[in-house]
Design a protein around this ligand. Structure first.
Ligand code: ADP
Ligand code: MG
Length: 327
């Protein structure tokens, strides 16, 4: 069977400019480090990991918002890695992104009508004012928002966080995409409305026959909605399995920690801040030899400090990168 969305050995290194204590050196951030996976059509593929592990970079690579250092991406068997702007524009009709920050993603001075309709214009699909308004109303209704003229003329700051994320979703859907990359779509929202937005996202998936690449830092969310789950740590996928298997029989010590909901040791998502703390070398710029998790691992063995474990099939269809599971 032809795979739907496939990624092979994807790498993204960021080169940081020389400054402060690093002056004169090139510092590399290994944001996404040799990642391979396959998303099946009609499924929800989840990626879970703490802040800073590379989730957003991975999403942006898939969407061509970031250029890979190396590796390949294939959509329905076609290599899209080197797509030019024009090809990418055509592909955007099929692939859309829902962003983490509905506040930042929406232009504050534009009306809801404008924001939701923009992709229609960008893709030269504008067929007159009436049709455009009707289409926007239809989408607003789909995402559970009012469709009145008053609503169309509102600005993002007149909406609640949840409403804004609904607008973001309406905009992502207006061209009728089939593959959605959702980057922590509820993490900035009040706890009280998260479940509503997640239900909406899953309802839309069923109604519109969508395939999702769904990023979250909360294992509980992934477990509730994903078919397959990949756990990321420091730029690597360290475990990949069907949701039930990974939840009930996690193989990687890090996954165990996530499932026990240990609070993140790397709580800050804002990369610049890491760099400025004197004397504290940012963890991800030069990964330690051996397993990247060994500094935090309760089961550490000598080999873990020396040799980096690759993904092996620890159980049928269940992959893990950990020396503990080498036969
Ligand atoms: N534009 C950039 N330049 C340099 N480093 C970056 C950039 N974007 C992200 N990073 C770094 O890449 C790593 C992964 O970041 P990110 O993909 O945002 O992780 P996550 O979404 O899992 O929190 C972090 O160490 C971050 O500091
Ligand atoms: Mg992120």
């Amino acid at each position: 069977m032809e795979s739907y969305f496939k990624v092979e050995n994807l790498v993204k290194l960021f080169v940081l400019k020389k400054r402060g204590q690093f002056f004169g050196q090139h510092i590399h951030v290994h944001a996404v480090d040799d990642i391979s996976f396959e998303v099946q059509k009609g499924k929800t593929y989840g990626v879970v990991g703490e802040s800073g592990c590379g989730k957003t970079t991975l999403a942006r690579l898939l969407m061509h918002l970031e250029k890979p250092t190396s590796g390949r991406m294939l959509f329905k068997g076609e290599d899209i890695t080197k797509y030019n702007r024009k090809q990418m524009k055509a592909l955007r009709r099929k692939m859309q992104m829902i962003f983490q920050d509905p506040f930042g993603a929406l232009n504050p001075v534009r009306t809801i009508l404008n924001i939701v309709a923009e992709p229609i214009r960008v893709h030269n699909m504008y067929r007159g004012k009436r049709e455009e308004r009707d289409k926007v109303r239809e989408l607003l209704e789909t995402v559970g928002l009012q469709t009145s003229d008053e609503m169309l003329q509102k600005r993002p700051n007149e909406l609640s966080g949840g409403e804004r994320q609904r607008v973001g979703i309406a905009r992502a859907l207006i061209l009728g995409p089939e593959f959605i990359v959702a980057d922590e779509p509820v993490s900035m929202l009040d706890a009280s409305i998260r479940a509503d937005i997640i239900s909406l996202i899953m309802k839309l998936k069923a109604e519109k026959d969508l395939t999702y690449f769904f990023i979250t830092h909360e294992f509980g969310v992934a477990r509730a909605i994903c078919d397959r789950i990949a756990v990321m740590y420091a730029g690597k996928m360290v475990e990949v399995a069907n949701a039930d298997d990974i939840v009930h029989k996690p193989l990687h010590p890090y996954t165990e920690l996530l499932i026990e909901a240990i609070p993140p040791l790397i709580p800050d998502e804002n990369w610049g801040k890491n760099i400025d703390i004197e004397g504290e070398v940012p963890y991800f710029t030069e990964p330690p030899p051996g397993c990247r998790f060994h500094l935090r691992c309760p089961y550490i063995m000598d080999i873990c400090k020396e040799e980096e474990p690759g993904l092996i099939e620890g159980a049928p269809g269940h992959y893990v990168a950990c020396h503990k599971h080498r036969g």
